[in-house]
Design a protein around this ligand. Structure first.
Ligand SMILES: [Zn+2]
Length: 297
């Protein structure tokens, strides 16, 4: 047995590995490019694990976060934006390459697990973790474990529709998933940037300062964003009633969200005393890879 846990985060362009000691201190961190092919990925991960084992403990556990899900029935990856991973038995192949068991989980679930274990929502029983980045993901942690669900899609609120729609919000924008009005079309980073500075703008950096300085477009975009995120969070509270909602991804750096969004939530949640905490993540960009390590609790 080992007191060390290795976490690996597989992104579209990079692979990151960390080693956490028994106290959750990061004792090793290394980032390499994602080779972009399936066989290349398997051998790159093996190299990273061998190296980390040599530098920590050869029995350190391995957890992996992927931008998709491993279907519990078919064992194949699905819904990955690195599309060449889809349809592959990644968890089984990786176990064969490494020669010991690994745990593989959706990256938004890893983010939520990290924040629920020793992050912003440490000690809370039920935690909803949300990534508001270039896309939108979510994960539900119950008593320290990711809630997977029958189809391994629990927490995927990005492709649920905007709730409590007002008449002036029609027509709903089309989403790549085939439906219209998905939350991701309103709440991902590029959607906010587009509402502020127009199509093609991908950054929301500076929007708060611009709004404070009187930029009307920034104020309007932020007002709408706060209102819609508040409605989306209220829907989550009505269904799973978490102790805390933790925000991650680039948009989570907007400080105004933590003051303003809970006020909107109170108007929609079906209880007169909504006390759900809305928290900024503690571990930032490291949360996904730390959560992968915590898959071995
Ligand atoms: Zn959609």
């Amino acid at each position: 047995m080992s007191d060390y846990r290795l976490g690996i985060d597989i992104g579209g362009t990079k692979i990151e590995i960390v080693a956490l000691d028994a106290e959750g201190q990061m004792v090793l961190r290394h980032r390499v490019g994602n080779p972009g092919t399936y066989q290349g990925l398997l051998s790159e991960v093996k190299k990273l694990v061998d190296d980390a084992h040599a530098r920590t403990n050869p029995y350190a556990t391995v957890g992996v976060g992927i931008p998709g899900a491993v279907d519990a029935h078919t064992r194949l990856v699905k819904n990955a934006n690195a599309t060449w991973l889809n349809g592959k038995p990644f968890a089984d192949d990786l176990q064969n390459v490494l020669g010991f068991p690994v745990r593989v989980e959706n990256d938004a679930n890893c983010f939520a697990l990290s924040e629920a274990t020793d992050g912003a929502a440490a000690g809370r029983n039920v935690v909803f973790g949300v990534i508001l980045g270039s896309g939108m993901g979510g994960g539900i942690i119950v008593e320290g474990k990711p809630l997977k669900g029958l189809h391994d899609i629990a927490g995927e609120w990005g492709h649920t529709p905007l709730p409590w729609v007002r008449e002036d919000e029609f027509p709903m924008p089309k989403c790549f998933c085939g439906n219209s009005g998905c939350l991701e079309r309103f709440l991902c980073g590029p959607a906010l940037a587009e509402a502020w500075k127009g199509v093609g703008n991908r950054s929301v950096q500076g929007i708060e300062d611009a709004a404070a300085a009187g930029d009307v477009a920034a104020q309007h975009a932020l007002d709408l964003y706060v209102d819609r995120l508040g409605r989306a969070c209220a829907l989550i509270v009505n269904i799973i009633d978490p102790d805390a909602i933790v925000l991650g991804g680039g948009v989570s750096n907007l400080n105004c969200l933590y003051e303003r969004v809970p006020e909107v939530m109170k108007r929609y949640v079906i209880t007169p005393d909504c006390q759900t905490e809305l928290l900024k993540n503690k571990h930032g960009d490291s949360s996904g890879v730390r959560g992968a390590a915590w898959l071995w609790g």
